[in-house]
Design a protein around this ligand. Structure first.
Ligand code: COA
Length: 334
């Protein structure tokens, strides 16, 4: 999708990860795995895990406050809050409503968006349209997850992969030429079986049996997700670049969903983007699903890896199956 009319983009980023760190060596004590296996197959060394009592909305609110501060925007100025998450505090009210109350964004509408690990980019593209249409001026898009609460800590195939955290972005109108230049949102529902939490919804309400059979935990076909991810990351990024009238040679910083270093390296290869231009922090946080891209962007900007005028490409993939990519011209352009 080529972005036209008003220029819309990010004017402030924030992130939050819980203090508690669980290393691969810690996991060696609870499941049959090894630090070496996890590092070789995934690139992950440690992940941050929320203490009991800390919720998705708590982390989302902290990230949001930092993003507002950096943007120089007050909570009252926010017109809409979109929280991308697959680990809401509860089925309802939405996590975005809980965040609205926690940060006192009293003038904001609020809704959640469930697109798995693609959720933040889905939210970014969706939120931007409200500003382009003239309906809203300032929007908070947050990716926040407490995956540790839905991970089966007895399943070595999945428990090593995930972590908790939140990242937030304030969207606003920018000077022409800046912000969102192109994007692609996609889905293939036929792959829904590959990554899911089966129980707790209308198809399989909570019962003693669903608990006994561990169906409230995340289940995954790792190989199928891996195959899908390596193919779609490059394709989706290329189509967003094409929509923006750019090629991968124009990219200054590629910020992919942080799921697995091998998936990131493979998509960079397919895109012909050298690894020096790829931002990677999967070793520190694991896969934080919808939070991974905003956490990575915030860190990339703080470290000077993303600068004003840079062409930045974001691409995510995840449960659904879904994918989402976008091209941003960084900075406000004043
Ligand atoms: N420690 C040690 N051995 C493990 C292990 C662990 N944590 N997890 C799995 N294994 C074993 C398997 O049981 C298997 O053993 P077997 O050959 O005796 O059956 C062997 O390692 C190879 O398993 P396999 O699943 O083929 O490994 P892989 O190289 O495909 O890596 C993933 C597994 C999960 C790391 C990889 O498939 C992956 O990253 N997939 C994408 C997942 C993802 O990104 N999900 C989130 C999407 S948003």
């Amino acid at each position: 999708m080529k972005e036209t009319d008003k220029a819309v983009g990010i004017i402030g980023l924030g992130s939050y990860v819980p203090d508690k760190i669980v290393t691969n060596c810690d996991l060696e004590k609870t499941v049959a795995t090894s630090d070496q296996w996890i590092v070789e197959r995934t690139g992950i060394k440690e992940r941050h895990i929320a203490e009991a009592g800390m919720t998705t909305s708590d982390m989302a609110a902290r990230a949001a406050k930092e993003a507002l501060k950096k943007a120089g925007v007050s909570a009252e100025e926010i017109d809409l809050i979109i929280v991308a998450t697959v680990t809401p505090d509860m089925l309802f009210p939405s996590t975005s409503c809980l965040v609205q109350d926690k940060i006192k964004a009293v003038n904001a509408a609020a809704f959640d968006l469930a697109a798995g690990c693609s959720g933040f980019v889905y939210g970014l593209v969706t939120g931007s349209q409200f500003i382009k249409a003239g309906l809203y001026k300032k929007i908070l898009v947050i990716g926040a997850e407490t995956l540790s609460r839905i991970v089966d800590w007895t399943d070595r195939g999945t428990c090593i992969l995930f972590g908790d955290g939140a990242g937030a972005a304030v969207l606003s109108e920018l000077s022409p030429g800046f912000g969102l230049l192109g994007s692609e949102l996609g889905a293939d529902g036929s792959g829904g079986e590959f990554l899911k939490v089966s129980a707790g919804g209308s198809a399989m309400p909570a019962s003693q049996e669903t608990i006994d059979t561990r169906q409230h935990f995340l289940s995954m076909h790792g190989n199928e997700v891996f195959r899908f991810a390596t193919k779609i990351m490059g394709e989706a990024a290329n189509r967003a670049l094409e929509a923006a009238g750019l090629t991968s040679e124009d990219v200054d910083c590629f910020v992919p969903h942080q799921a697995n270093i091998r998936i990131i390296q493979s998509s960079a290869r397919r895109l012909k983007i050298p690894m020096e231009k790829v931002f990677v922090n999967v070793e520190k946080y694991g896969n934080t699903s919808a939070a991974s891209i905003p956490i990575a962007m915030e860190e990339a900007e703080r470290e000077g890896r993303i600068k004003d005028g840079d062409v930045v490409v974001l691409v995510g993939f995840g449960a659904g199956l879904t994918w989402a990519s976008c091209v941003l011209k960084w900075g406000k352009g004043e």
